[in-house]
Design a protein around this ligand. Structure first.
Ligand SMILES: N[C@@H](CCC(=O)N[C@@H](CS)C(=O)NCC(=O)O)C(=O)O
Length: 288
């Protein structure tokens, strides 16, 4: 029997998405650990992701690089939502694990009556039939480190302090700063200044090294890149922030170099996040 799909997005009937904001934003915070309730077992976990979503793509890139695509499964919600929240539709297919049509069913299976934020990425445990976590920062860390020796170690023990230190300033200024940077008013101006300052620092750093930390891809690159690939066709599509990433030549060359790596390229669907009518920069033109 075919798995069910949600009906098309219908804001007239269901309204816009909203949720009860009185609780914690990221309600489920379980961790994968050998000695905990969610031990690292192949085939046990599933990631509910969104192609459009940078926080989801951090995880899909991490799974591809670490060699876990056959160990942890992934499926994708639709790019748009109405008042029912994220849902499974034709474009990316049904929920292969539970046959839910709405992602909120996974949340409500975990906590009956749950009315808080239904977000992707969310990690599901097939055995306990509940969500482990929708706390995006720790899902990526657990998948990168808790499943034995990874093909590529994206969070090497010796480099963790440096990777974490980068996240402390790239997180607020770039990953969380791009949205506000495109807006008017004093807050937008502050975010813009912080973002462009961060881009300049990164450009300088990447003038002399191929990756942010050490001589191979790490979580630091993954975290930055998912924002860069969306930048000129999303938040900066109207050039509301500045003329484009190419203004930072080392950063732009670095971003395109990472795009040649299958884990980055194959987890990217420009059509899921590019604003309508926006011209795509040539991500395949790699400079030396
Ligand atoms: N805090 C983050 C990231 C995680 C996250 O919230 N994921 C998004 C999709 S990229 C989601 O499902 N958000 C639901 C919502 O904010 O309504 C953000 O604000 O972008």
């Amino acid at each position: 029997m075919a798995l069910p799909l949600a009906s098309p997005v219908d804001v007239a009937t269901y309204g816009h998405y909203s949720f009860d904001t009185s609780g914690t934003r990221y309600r489920f915070t379980g961790r994968i650990a050998a000695d905990g309730p969610f031990p690292p077992e192949p085939g046990r976990y599933h990631v509910y992701a969104g192609w459009f979503c940078p926080w989801s793509q951090r995880i899909t890139i991490t799974l591809a690089l670490t060699g876990l695509t056959g160990t942890v499964s992934v499926s994708y919600v639709d790019n748009a939502r109405d008042g029912r929240g994220w849902a499974f539709r034709e474009r990316y297919g049904p929920d292969p694990v539970n046959g839910f049509t709405l992602l909120r069913e996974a949340y409500q299976a975990t906590e009956p009556g749950f009315a808080g934020l239904v977000s992707v990425p969310a990690l599901w445990d097939r055995e306990k039939r509940q969500l482990v976590s929708n706390a995006y920062p720790t899902i990526e860390l657990d998948l990168a480190t808790r499943f034995g020796r990874p093909v590529v170690d994206v969070y090497p023990a010796g480099q963790r302090p440096e990777i974490d230190a980068l996240d402390e300033w790239i997180g607020p200024s770039v990953n969380h700063g791009v949205g506000a940077a495109a807006t008017a008013g004093p807050e937008g101006a502050r975010a813009r200044a912080g973002l462009l300052d961060a881009f300049a620092r990164l450009d300088e750093r990447l003038a002399g090294q191929p990756f942010l930390v050490g001589d191979a891809v790490t979580l630091a690159d993954i975290r930055l890149w998912v924002t860069l690939v969306r930048y000129d066709v999303g938040p900066n599509a109207q050039r509301a922030i500045h003329p484009g990433l190419h203004e930072f030549p080392h950063l732009w060359a670095y971003a395109r170099r990472l795009y040649t790596i299958p884990a980055f390229r194959d987890t990217t669907d420009f059509s899921s996040f590019a604003l309508p009518g926006v011209e795509l920069p040539d991500w395949t033109a790699v400079s030396a």
